[in-house]
Write a protein that binds this ligand. Structure first.
Ligand code: PGA
Length: 246
């Protein structure tokens, strides 16, 4: 399985900055990197056109950080599936902790998004993870199985999706989960996928939360870690390319 190196740009960058970052990133990545790695970019929706243009001659893929689970319609402020398709998006983040906790997205909505993306052959990246309070209360496995089970409730037979394990307490905090914590969570997710889904052994599981060049190599070699989802450290091409090359 190729390792997946995904950049979540969140609500950063204007079009010039996006262009500059991608030009630099492309110049820093050797062309044979795509034999071992898949590189994905998740920009803000206003940058999708810019990203599409900049990566069109490369094997870099891109997707949305968020969308509404309808083809089109009266949903002010949302991005619809027809628009994602038009922009060439192949992936969609679903359930990122910032959307669950800041935007209060419900598990019911996340289930609808997962179903809609799968129907449209857009690969969902299901983001799951526990808060610090949940971890302290011993609820890690309950939270992970609940989040997976509810997102995939109508799609148990799906095999074209990714999972990103992102402990909420490690996102944007500089505090990366320890090796044992990552191994334990990823093994639990793998077992859950094998038990509950078609081809569960083959679903890539990414780790996310304060990944940087200093820790990416150690994380990427851990059992059941098939890639990383990178926020802060993905904004700078030189730093992100080091993670991609690790
Ligand atoms: P971080 O963000 O790398 O800045 O911790 C990860 C994410 O939000 O996906």
């Amino acid at each position: 399985m190729k390792k997946i190196i995904a950049a979540n740009w969140k609500m950063y960058k204007n079009r010039d900055e996006a262009k500059k970052t991608l030009k630099e990133l492309i110049s820093l990545l050797p062309s044979d990197i795509f034999n071992q790695k898949e590189i994905l970019i998740f920009p803000s929706p206003v940058l999708l056109q810019t990203v599409a243009e900049e990566v069109k001659e490369t094997q870099i893929s891109y997707g949305v950080q968020n969308f509404y689970p309808a083809e089109e319609g009266a949903f002010t402020g949302e991005t619809g599936i027809a628009q994602m398709r038009d922009l060439g998006c192949k992936y969609a983040l679903i359930g990122h902790s910032e959307r669950r906790h800041i935007l209060n997205e419900s598990e019911e909505l996340l289930k609808q998004k997962t179903h809609a993306a799968l129907q449209e052959k857009i690969t969902p990246v299901l983001c799951i993870g526990e808060t610090l309070d949940e971890r302290k209360a011993g609820l890690l496995e309950d939270v992970l199985s609940r989040q997976l089970g509810s997102a995939l409730q109508d799609d148990k037979n799906a095999d074209n999706f990714l999972v990103a394990y992102e402990p909420v307490w490690a996102i944007g905090t500089g505090e990366v989960a320890g090796e044992q914590e990552i191994l334990q969570a990823h093994a639990f997710i793998r077992n859950w996928l094998v038990k509950n889904c078609k081809n569960g052994q083959k679903i890539p599981i990414l780790y996310g939360g304060s990944v940087k060049p200093e820790n990416s190599k150690q994380i990427l070699v851990l059992d059941n870690v098939n890639g990383v989802l990178v926020g802060g450290a993905s904004l700078n091409a030189a730093i992100f390319s080091k993670i991609a090359l690790s």
